[in-house]
Design a protein around this ligand. Structure first.
Ligand SMILES: *Cc1c(COP(=O)(O)O)cnc(C)c1O
Length: 383
């Protein structure tokens, strides 16, 4: 069978490669400790699971859902933006349900990208920002995230011809994989840039709920002019340990939302109402479960940072996300990850998130404290 060109052009999927290596180690009998994949190890809170169980028994939820999501779900999203960011959204026109944010990140390119159009994306970054434009026939252009610029893209450094051809740009704060955060000044700069150059901004805010030490995450939508130029995409996956449920949303500019909706009408038939009812319970219920999650990640972060510093590594304490982004001593992230794998510890080589991720590895804080301590002991033997 001959694959289509667009499949042949794809970079290898990072986590598939990693999974193969872990599986091989496990086959050899090694008790592998994986900090590799950004998938919460904690279960979905009980009240959310119960809402789904109750929703399963309602016959109206056994039928096709609406394409754009239940109004009650979109209203719950609007309430969340009012509560957390002081942003007023029209749930009918400015919010759409997604089957996980990955779906929306991929599909939105089909609404706006023509052959020859450029999509600006952060490197290192979530792989779909690069593959989405490729699938849609556009050109993905990397904006390097460098340590000396606090892992923010340097908009001035983007070549003029790329800016001219740019139709969309991706930003992602709190950031995966670097764990960096963005302040008001950056969002204002992005909005000015987008207005001046007629670019649609897509702000992936999947980690908006995971912040430490009282740090307040800002949403792109909080800033003046944001809704004229773009949208935010957020997910229940990380905030409520719901990666397996596949539920997220896009919010902001009504034309962008409508464009995404047009694509989705032809691709999927909407998110299950059972899952949407669970999501409503999550968004409208007590947020204590999110605070508890954050406390757990914060303790893990502190144990890992302390341990890595004791081993002689220079590592910053992240303000948000459940990742740690660490510079490796000799600059070769793949070699460093392989060295740790010899001790049965899995980290993600930064180069897998794009060429500008080289020199770093990512730890996901998705292991309990005892396993983190065990991993640190093992690392001491190999580094
Ligand atoms: C986890 C993650 C997502 C995907 O979330 P889903 O809603 O589960 O698809 C999107 N963007 C980033 C940056 C992520 O890390």
């Amino acid at each position: 069978m001959e694959y289509a060109e667009r499949i042949k052009k794809l970079p290898p999927y990072l986590f598939a490669e990693l999974d193969r290596k872990i599986a091989q180690k496990r086959k050899e009998g090694v008790d592998v400790i994986s900090f590799g994949v950004g998938d919460p190890d904690l279960p979905t809170p009980e009240h959310i699971v119960k809402a789904a169980c109750d929703a399963t028994k309602k016959p109206e939820n056994h039928r096709y859902p609406s394409y754009e999501g239940m109004l009650a779900f979109r209203e719950a999203v609007a309430e969340r933006y009012r509560r957390d960011f002081g942003v007023e959204l029209d749930p009918e026109k400015e919010v759409i349900a997604l089957i996980g944010s990955k779906e929306g990140v991929h599909n939105i390119h089909f609404a706006f990208v023509n052959p020859g159009d450029v999509v600006l994306y952060p490197d290192p970054g979530y792989p779909v920002y690069r593959t989405g434009p490729l699938f849609a026939g556009g050109e993905a252009y990397a904006m390097p995230l460098r340590k000396e610029n606090n892992f923010l893209p340097d908009l001035e450094a983007i070549p003029r011809d790329k800016v001219k051809k740019a139709k969309m740009m991706w930003i992602n704060y709190p950031n995966n994989p670097t764990a960096a955060v963005a302040e008001a000044e950056f969002y204002r700069e992005v909005i000015d840039f987008a207005q001046d150059n007629d670019i649609i901004v897509c702000s992936d805010e999947a980690y908006s709920a995971i912040a430490f030490d009282g740090y307040r995450v800002r949403s792109f939508l909080e800033f003046e002019g944001a809704r004229e130029v773009g949208i935010a995409i957020d997910s229940l996956s990380k905030a409520y340990n719901m990666t397996g449920w596949r539920i997220a949303y896009a919010a902001g500019n009504s034309e962008v939302i409508a464009g995404l909706g047009k694509v989705k009408t032809n691709v999927d038939s909407g998110a299950s109402q059972i899952i949407q009812e669970a999501a409503i319970a999550a968004l409208r219920g007590s947020q204590e479960c999110v605070r508890e999650n954050v406390r757990i990640y914060q303790e893990r972060r502190d144990v890992l940072v302390r341990g890595l510093r004791k081993l002689g590594f220079n590592v910053d304490k992240p303000k948000a996300t459940f990742y740690l982004w660490m510079e490796v001593p000799d600059g070769n992230s793949m070699a460093f990850a392989e060295k740790l794998l010899e001790a049965g510890v899995v980290v993600t080589p930064g180069v897998g998130f794009g060429e500008h991720g080289e020199g770093f590895v990512r730890f996901a804080l998705t292991q309990p404290v005892a396993r983190i301590e065990e991993a640190l002991e093992r690392m001491e033997r190999v580094v």
